[in-house]
Design a protein around this ligand. Sequence first.
Ligand SMILES: *Cc1c(COP(=O)(O)O)cnc(C)c1O
Length: 401
Amino acid sequence: MKFKPANKIQDLQYFGEFGGVNPSISDSATYSFLTANKMLDAFEGDAEGCYLYSRYTSPSNMYLGEALAAMENTETANVAGSGMGAITTTLMHFCGAGDHIVSSRTIYGGTYAFLKNFVPRFKIDTSFVDITSLEKVEAAINKNTKVIYCEAVSNPLLEVADIIGLSAIAKKHNLKLLVDNTFSPMIISPVKLGADVVLHSLTKFINGTNDTMGGVVCGSKELINAMRSVIDGSAMLLGPSMDSLRAASILKNMRTLHLRIKQHSKNALYLAEHFEKLGLRTVYPGLASHPSHHIFKNMMNKEYGFGGLLTLDVGSLAKANKLMESMQGKNLGYLAVSLGFYKTLFSAPGTSTSSEIPDDEQKEMGLTDGIIRFSIGLDNDIERTFKLMRECMVSVGIIEN
Ligand SMILES: *Cc1c(COP(=O)(O)O)cnc(C)c1O
């Protein structure tokens, strides 16, 4: 049977403290106990329904986690104050001194910097590989490998991970497959395809209003309880906890996620097809020209389309900068990093979100100077947007009239 992530969210039913249609927001950092014994039970992790201290979790954070777990089809989830807060604590949970990670080389700049520059001080070693080559992934595994790490759709080059193939490799070698699904919530359901753990930056599509940061790790109860352990849990002890007020507001935004994703995808496909027709080098998983178009099609929950991200290579950084300034001038979007907003956002990844990656490695992975990454907005009239974008391209000399 097909997996329907939006139905899973729709089916959650909450009655607030006073019967409100939204769950009440927990406005407390600490919680009282009627008896001292109950408090001891809570510390030992078996006081079901009791809250202890909000770094551990709070009712509002539990509600949001529950909705995200429902969307990703995992037993449970733990929210964090940022995507990096979720990603780093999860990697630190699975890996310690002497361990090894096989990671996609095209990942979010912050995750790349964490693996490349930060965890070596804990003697955790990472091999960065071309994730689209299952042979290369398997060849990089050694006796110390614990984790295969990738993004379902990668930042910024929009490479697509064959999650079914990667999961077979992970199972064969007894490894965990961790998938960052930030670019494709609802579109791809990694656990349904064999992944063990799904990570998100909620800052992007899931919240969708660019007013807060957030992250989540979705996985088994065993994993989440271990990460929350007061004795040795990475989430509990490193402490990237989300505030309850924010958890409540993100939960409310999640209810329109399915509508937003469909509109982002529809607009992005329209623009990608038209950019390609203009003869521009366009990368979008929904185009037949995308090298992983079929793998994406095979994995996707079809009704949500191919996502809101696309890249254009306009030849040089100077041209990319001119075009972005011109588009911002025409109010077609903002020259800004991040993604998943109602307005289109654009940036040149080589000099922004991927600037952590050294120049020679950027070149090797095909991240050229002229690339602009677009996160396409929710524009109701995308034909008008395209016409205006085309005018900008003519005015800065990228195409002829
Ligand atoms: C933004 C992003 C992150 C980091 O999330 P923050 O919320 O900024 O900490 C991780 N992975 C991907 C794919 C992202 O786009």
